[in-house]
Design a protein around this ligand. Sequence first.
Ligand code: GDP
Ligand code: MN
Length: 397
Amino acid sequence: MNIHEYQAKALLRSYGAPVSDGRVVLRAEEAKTAAGEMDGPLWVVKAQIHAGGRGKGKFKEAGAGEEGGVRLAKSVEEAADEAKKMLGRTLVTKQTGPAGKQVNRVYIEDGAGISKEFYLALLVDRGSSRVSFVASTEGGMDIEEVAESTPEKILSFSVDPATGYQAFHGRRIAFMLGLEGAQIKQCVGLMGTLYKMFLEKDMEMLEINPLILSDKGDLKCLDAKMGFDSNAVYRHRDISELRDVTEEDPKELEASKYDLNYIALDGEIGCMVNGAGLAMATMDIIKLYGAEPANFLDVGGGATKEKVTEAFKIITSDPQVKGILVNIFGGIMRCDVIAEGVVAAVKEVGLKVPLVVRLEGTKVEEGKAIINNSDVDVIAADDLKDGAEKIVKAVKG
Ligand code: GDP
Ligand code: MN
């Protein structure tokens, strides 16, 4: 689960990490008062969407002004004006995809004077099963690009959970960033705070890009991106309250209501599969035969007819879907339940694209009979390879 920058900064502030003063604004009329509560002489107006690269982003609509989703203003009036231009408009960045995201909130901040920009992140490193720090002198940049072109400018190490965070971890980062004197102590303190926060709040990712050295010589978190482990959010009421469903894919949101493991993707073949491993294998084999999956969907082991019906409806509601592959290996999941769900869903929403069904395992004969006795137009498949070949052929001709 992701949260907005202004929410992440409030959390940072509550842990004592240095961030600028700021106000979130939902309606244009509030912008001037909000900006007026800060002294200036510089204000920063920032579009709040769950995607990075806002500074270099572009608005779709005319009237949003020229620059991207992070703008500097030199007066209260100018700041309010920039906020008005952004609210309600659609910002497209490298991370939003071509559709972009509507800006429903802007954050007006007390602008900082920057002397240096750094990159800092904490993440769960699955390789070492530890929390890792990633730091770089190349702040404000796309870290993937830095990793590609100048990997020597990135420092990365993990923290042994047996010892936890130690001052030497912070010093390693401070020296890498070229900090001096009191800044080193500040860095050691800040890294410890971030590590503590990361663990206490069950984060998956915390990215401060840029972490800056201000013109006054202090460290400050100028941007903040936080992701939380969805499986642990139930332990943190304060975090779950920060969820902004308007930022989520409507199909994924609908799927989460039915407890379906669904992730929307860019391809043309909708998949309904049971089991995460089989779902991955199904996506792989679709790619192998030259097409792209439109989603990942694991209906799970104990899916009911209603759940399967909803899953099928979500798949067919995606206009990108040009064909559907149902691939079920019935172990705990029964093939007849899947068949009933598919037939019920087709009756309800109709079937406008080719449908390939591969059923195997528990109650497979009953499942096949349900489909054969319905008037659903199905292409039957014998195994995974056959299913993938048939759906790709049906879609690509
Ligand atoms: P992103 O583009 O979505 O990553 O948004 P950021 O919050 O990282 O802002 C993009 C860039 O705007 C930063 O790298 C800074 O160069 C600049 N910026 C953001 N806040 C301030 C500020 O308070 N003062 C100044 N001078 N520049 C800022
Ligand atoms: Mn940033």
